[in-house]
Design a protein around this ligand. Structure first.
Ligand code: RB5
Length: 167
């Protein structure tokens, strides 16, 4: 008789995540980080570490993006005041696809259609509960590939390179 694999001997491996924020995103980032740890994720926090000292969001976007690019983290979570600056900064690297999301729909579509590897929130824009629901929707969703694959590949191309004529 073949031994039966015990479910408990194959614990589901949750991916390592990286979180980063500026001062304006610190409170929301902290709430999201606590929830992720409670959900069983390993979480690396690249800072910042308080809401009162004014800092520059590109520094934290770049630190978090570097961990995604290196593979130390599977996904990254970024928060600044609006989510705009920190997502722009992360997307400067062609290997990063950082989606600024505002609800669960944009969050799961960012994974399903865009294969996003980072998600950004505006700490001064979105409620903590909606942000957490959106983050969980993002992490639960799967990239669909198929018709999206060619488009996602084009996201990493420099402007001068074109895979095929447009129009
Ligand atoms: C900081 O005041 C604010 O400008 C920043 O958090 C972010 O909203 C920029 O996009």
């Amino acid at each position: 008789m073949r031994p039966r694999m015990q479910e408990s001997s194959r614990p589901s491996q949750k991916p390592t995540l990286v979180v980063g924020s500026d001062h304006a995103g610190f409170v929301l980032k902290s709430r999201l980080k606590s929830a992720l740890v409670a959900d069983g994720y390993r979480v690396t926090d690249v800072g910042t570490d308080n809401a009162t000292t004014s800092v520059d969001y590109p520094d934290f976007a770049r630190a978090a993006a570097a961990k995604v690019v290196s593979g130390e983290a599977r996904f990254g979570v970024l928060v600044c005041g609006t989510g705009i600056g920190i997502s722009i900064a992360a997307n400067r690297d062609p290997r990063i696809r950082c989606a600024l999301v505002h609800d669960t729909t944009t969050a799961h579509l960012a994974r399903e259609h865009n294969d996003a590897n980072m998600i950004a929130f505006g700490g001064r824009i979105i409620s903590e509960d909606v942000a957490l629901d959106s983050l969980r929707a993002f992490l639960a969703a799967k990239y669909e590939g198929g018709r999206h694959a060619k488009r996602v590949a084009k996201l990493g191309l420099p402007l001068g390179e074109q895979l095929e004529p447009i129009g």
